[in-house]
Design a protein around this ligand. Sequence first.
Ligand SMILES: Cc1cc2nc3c(=O)[nH]c(=O)nc-3n(C[C@H](O)[C@H](O)[C@H](O)COP(=O)(O)OP(=O)(O)OC[C@H]3O[C@@H](n4cnc5c(N)ncnc54)[C@H](O)[C@@H]3O)c2cc1C
Ligand code: FES
Ligand code: FES
Length: 1336
Amino acid sequence: MLTKRFFNYIYEVFFSFLLVVHWLFKFITSLFYKFFDRIIILSFIVFVCFSSLFSLQVVEKNADPEEVLLSFLRRKVGLTGTKYGCGGGGCGACTVMVSTYDRNQRTVVHYTVIACLQPIVTLHGAAVVTVEGIGSTKTKLHPVQERIAKAHGSQCGFCTPGMVMSMYTLLRNKPQPTMEDIREALGGNLCRCTGYRPIIDGFKTFCESEVGVDQNIILMSTIRMLPCELFPMDCFLPLDPSQDLIFPPELMIMEKKVSGDALYFQGERVNLVAPFKLSHLLELKAEHPSAPLIVGNTTIGPKMLLKGVYHPLVIYAGRISELKAVTWGETGLTVGAACSLSTLQKEVEKVVVETEEEKTRGYRALLQTLRCLAGKQIRNMAVGSLFDKQGHPAAENICNVVFLCLSSDGMRSIPLDEKLFADFGKTVLRPEEVLLSIDIPYTKPWEFVAAYRQAQRREFAFSFLNAGMKVAIKEGTDVVESLSIYYGGVGPTLVKPKLTCQQLVSRSWGEDLLSEGCRLLKEDVDVSPSIHGGRAEFRKTLAISFFFKFYMQVVLEMRERVGKLRIMSTLWDLVSEAQPSADLVGRPSMHQSAFQQATGEAKYYDDLPLVQGELFIFMVTSTRAHAKIINIDPSEALKMPGMVTFVSAGDVPGANCRLWFNNPEELFAEEEVVCVGQIIGAVVAESREQARRAAKEVHVTYHDLQPVFFTIEDAIRHESYFEPKRKVERGDVDEALKTAEHILEDEIYMGGQEHFYMETQGVIAVPKGEHEEMDLFVATQHAAFTQELVGMALGVDSNKITCHVKRLGGGFGGKVMKIASLSAITAVAAHKTGRAVRCCLERGDDMLITSGRHPFLGKYKVGYNNDGTIVAADITYYSNGGSTLDESIMDKAVLHMDNGYKIPNLRGRGVVCKTYLPSYTAFRGFGGPQGLMVMESVLHEVAVRCGLPAEKVRDINMYREEQSYTHHKQPFNPTDMVRCWDECLERANYQDRLRAVQLFNSSNRWKKRGISAVNMLVICLVQGAALVNIYKDGSVLVTHGGTEMGQGINTKAIQIASRVLKVPVSSIFTKETCTGNVPNAAPSAASFGTDAVGMAVKDACEKLMRRLQPLMEKNPQNTWKQWVNEAFFQKTSLSATGFFMGPPTDVDWEKGEGQAYYYFTFGACCSEVEIDCLTGDHKNIRTDIVMDVGKSINPALDIGQVEGGFVQGVGLYTIEELQFSPDGVLMTRGPSQYKVPALCDVPAELNVHLLANAENPHAIYLSKGIGEPPVFFGSTIFFAIKAAIAAARTERGLGDAFPLSSPATAEKIRMACQDEFTKMASPPTDGAMAPWCLDV
Ligand SMILES: Cc1cc2nc3c(=O)[nH]c(=O)nc-3n(C[C@H](O)[C@H](O)[C@H](O)COP(=O)(O)OP(=O)(O)OC[C@H]3O[C@@H](n4cnc5c(N)ncnc54)[C@H](O)[C@@H]3O)c2cc1C
Ligand code: FES
Ligand code: FES
C-alpha cells in the first residue's frame, strides 16, 4: 500500500515536472515556431489541438455528441486545413493524428483517425494534431510537407493535408519506415489528381532502405537516377524526431487522475454517455437496451450523419479498460471488444513472426483480410467487424472464434458461426448484452485455415463475397476430420453450406473430394437473384471458386506469394545548356502553391470564413424520374429550427433557366421533373445541419408520367434523341464493305464515370447591399459562364456580378456547367434573404445532381482482310445524354474516331440519346476516351479474328505518310505519332514481354497475363485572355481567365511571364481568377488552358516589354525596379491585357469535313496485367507511356498530368462502375460504393517518357496541351485484361472472341473466364426478377 502511494507520489511529481518542462519548451519553441499554442478546453471534454499560429484557449461549453471533429475543427476552431471529401470515412481527406495516453500500457499512442466520423466527445483527454500543427510557411515546414510539395505530389492539393497527416503519423511511430509501411499508411487516402507516384516519391525519401520487403505487397523502389531529376533530393529538411510535438503533460496527468466517473454529454437532440466501469456499462445497457454502443463510430456514425438515423441516446464504450485488454494465453489470443482493428493487426503481426507457422495459419488468414479491410485510419478507429458497412456478415475469420458476451444476467460464450447472425445486419446478441472479448485460438497442427474476399477494388473496398474455410485433417493422412465453410455475402446472414461440410468429412483431400465439394456447393449455396447488391451469378461462382482455391491451397500447403518491385521513373528532354538558369521554362518547377497546400494554408471556397449573417442552402431534389409536380409543400420544413426560407422557381426574379448553345435546362423544375436528382427547390437555414434536416421535410407530390426509360437501348427503341446528329464519312464505305475479305459486326458498351473531384461543388453568394451587386466565391472552371447565368437568373447585368475563383480541389470538366446552375440558385436565395448564402454539396448529392461522363454504345460493321488491314468501317456512336443536352461531347467522339489509323473508308455517326437520367456533362477527354475506345475495340477484335497480335494490326493500319489527312480531311504529319508508338514498344520491351506472357500463361492455369499497347492521336484547340500589372516596387501580378485546379496553370503562367519580363518567378504572383479582371474568359478545359492562357500572358508581357524597352536601352545598367519606376514617372502604363486566339477551327457538318482543331497530341502506351481467373481480381503489373507534349514548359507538371490522367483512365476502364436502380436512382453515391483508383491500383511499374525532340510550332514555347489525352491510356489495361481472359478461354477450348464491356470489373472478368464453376452458378431467372442495376 505504502509502495503504491509512494509510486503515485513519484508519478505526480514526475508529471508535474513534465508539465513545467512542457510550458518551458512551449515558450522557447514559440520564439522560433509556434507549434504548441492552441489548447481547447471543453466543459466536459478536454483535448488539445495543435496549430502553428494561434495561442488561444478555446472553451467549448456545449460539446454536442452529434458534432464530429471535422466540422468542429473547420467551423469552430477555424482550422480549415482538414478537408471534407466525403463525410463517410471513404477518402481520407479529413485525416488527423490523435494522441492519447494509454493507461493500460502507460504510454502515449499516436494514430490517424477520420475526423468526419470522430465525435468530439470521444476525444476527452486526447491531443489532436492537424496539418496546421506540424508546420507552416510562416514558421517552418515539416519535412513531410516539404517533401510532398517538392516531389510534385500536390496538384489540386485537396487530398494533400490528409496525405501529410497519414505520413506524419507513420513517422511519429516509425521514423524510418519501410515502403510497405508507407503503402499501408496511405492506403486509406485517395487522390484524384496525381496518380500517386509523386506522393510516394516524396515520402519514400524517408525510408532508410528497401529491405524487409513483404513479397505479398507491391512496392516502389527508389527513383531511377536520371541525368536531370524531377526534384532535388539532397536539399530536404532532415527529419528530426526530437523536434516532434510532445504529448501535453496536462493531459497525461488528467488521464492518470481519472476519477472513474462516467462522462455525460447533452446535445441539442442526442445525449451520449461514456461509462468508465464495465458494471456501469451493463447497467446502462439494461436500462437503455435500444441505445447503440459505439467505439469507432464507423458503422453508427455514417448511419446517423448520412442516412438521418436518429438515436436519442448513444453509449460510448471506448473508456472501459476491460474492453480494451489484449491477452495471449495457452490457446491463443483474447482481444477486448473495444480494441481497434489496428491493435488486433499489430498483435497478430507480432505473433506471426514469433510463432511456428502451423500454429498461426488462422492468424495469417486474419492478417490477409485485415490489410484489405478499409484504410488505416478506419482500422485505427473501428473494432472487429461482424458486418461490413453494407450489412453483410464478414465470414473471413470465423473459424473457431468465440465471443464472450456479458449482461447483468451473467456471461455466456457464443461461437462465431452461422447461428450468431439473426438477419441482415443483426446478431443474436440480446439488446442488453455487451460483447466483452473475442477469443481467437491458435490453429492445430493439422488444421488448415484460409480467408477469401473479392471486392471491386483490391483494397479499401467492401467485398462482394467473403469466406472463411477451415479443414482439420486426420494426422498423418489426407482424410478430412472436420470441415467448416462460411460465406458472407450470399444471403442476409452468414451461410454455412451444411451438406457440403458434412458430406466431405472422412473423405480424402483429393480430386474426388474437390469435384464432389463443388457439386455439393452448387446445391448448398443458394444466392437469390434479388440479393441486396445484385451480382447473384458472380457471387455463386465466387463461392465455388473460393472453395477450389482453398482446396489448392491446402494441397500445396503454402500460400501463394507474388510480389513485384515497384519502379516508377520519368524521363524528359533536358533544356538547352544555353538557357539561362533563371529561365524556368522547360524546367520542372514546383506548383506555385504546393507549400500552402501541404500546410493546409491554401484556401478553397469552403475554407473562407463565415460572412456576417451567412445562411446555408440545401437542395431538394426529385425522387421520381418522370413526373408532373402536383404540389410542393415546405410547410413542415419551415417549422424546423433555424429554417429561414424555401426557394423555388417562383422566387427567381429573372430567368429560371440555364442556356447553353440554345439548349435550355431549368434551374428549378417548375411543372415536370425529368430525372431523379433534379433540383425542385432549396431550403435556406441558419446552419448546414438545420438545412439538411429541413430539406427532408419538404414534401413533393407527383403524378408519374410515361414514358420513362434510362438506357441507351431503350432510347433507341423510343427513338429518343437530341439534335443535331453527327456524321463524318471518308471514301465509299458501302462499296468497300463489299470488297472486304471478312465482315465483322459487333458492338461495345462503355459505362460512364463520376468526376469524383475531391472537393465537392459549391459557392458562397454575398450580396453587396447596393446596386444589386453580388460577389460569388465559387468552385468553377468557367467563371464567365457562371457570372452570366447568375446575372440572368437575378435579372441583373453581368457588370454587377463578380465571380472569384482562388483554386479548385479538382475539376476534370465537372465544374463547368452544373456549378453555374447551383450558383444561380444560391444567388437567388441570397437575393431573396438579403444575406450571404453558402452552398456546399455533400458527396452523395454531388454525385446525384451533377452527373459525369457519358455512357457510350458503339455499334460497328467492319470490312477487313486476312492480314488485318481494315478496308472499311461503319460505326454508330450512341451516347446517353440524360434528360437535357448539357455538353454533348459527341462531336469530339466522332472527330476522334480514326485515332491514328488510316481506314480508307470510314463512316462515323453520332447520336445523343435522351433519357430520364441527370444530364451527363463534360469530363476529362470530352468524348475522346469513348470515341477512341470503340476504334481500338475494332482493331482488337479484327486481330483476334485474324489470329494476329493486336499490335501488329494496329501497326499496319496506322497513318504513315508525312502529309496525312484525318477522316474529316484535316491535314497532319503523323511522324511523331509513329515515333511515340515505336519508342513505346521498344522501351516496354514489348516483344520479349509478350513471349514471357505467353510462357507464363502456358504454365499457369488459374492466373493469366495479358499485354496490350495502344496508340493515340488527339487534338487540341485554343483561346485565352490575361491581364498583367507591374507595380512600382517591381512586383508583377498576373491575372488570367484560366482556373487553377491542380494542373499548374498559374505556375506555368508565372514561368512564361518570368521568361518574357526577365524577372525572377519570386517577383511574380497570381492571385485568383476574377471576372472583374479578365472578362469573358473561356473555360479551363479541354487541355487548352495553358496554351490559351500562356499565349495571352506572353502577349501581355510582350506589350509591357515593348513599353519598357526604350528605357532599358537608354539605361541598361539600371535594375528592373528602376526601369519600372522610370516608366511610371514617364506616365507609361504598367498594365496590359493579352489575348490569344488560334486560327479559326471549324467543321462543316453538312460535308463532314474541316479544320476541327489546331494541332495534334500524340502518345502511346503499353500495359501488362495479371488476372485471377477464379475471382476476377486483377493486378496492374507494368505500364510504359511515351507522350508527345511538344517541348514541355514544366516536365514535372506535365508528367503529373500524364500519370494522373492515366490512373483516372485505369478507373474508367476497370473499376469505376456507376449503378442505377431500375427506377433510375443512382445507387453509387459515395466512395463506399463507387471506387476510384487507390494506391493499390497504380501499376507496380509505371514509366512515363516525354517524347524527345518534339516541338509544336502552334503553341506556347513549342509545347502541347496535355491534361486530357492520357486518360485514354487506361484502356491498355482493359485490352490487356481482355487478352488475359482470352488466354484462359482458349485453354478451356472456348473462343477467344467474346464480349466484354467497359469497365472490366472483377465480376466481368470472372464471368468471362468461363469454366465448370461459372456453369454451376445458374443465371438469374430470365425476366422474372427486376435486375439489381442497369447498364444505362
Ligand atoms: C470507409 C469505411 C470502410 C469500411 N470498409 C470495410 C471493409 O472493407 N470490410 C468490412 O468488413 N467492413 C468495413 N467497414 C466497416 C467497419 O469495419 C465497421 O464499421 C467497424 O468494424 C465497426 O466498428 P466501430 O467500432 O467503428 O463500430 P461502431 O459504429 O462504433 O459500432 C458498430 C456496432 O457494433 C455494436 N457494438 C460495438 N461494440 C460492441 C460491444 N462491445 N458489444 C455489443 N455491441 C457492440 C454497436 O452497437 C454498433 O451496432 C468500413 C467502414 C467504413 C466507414
Ligand atoms: S471526408 Fe472524411 S474520409 Fe472523406
Ligand atoms: S492533388 Fe490529390 S486530389 Fe488533387
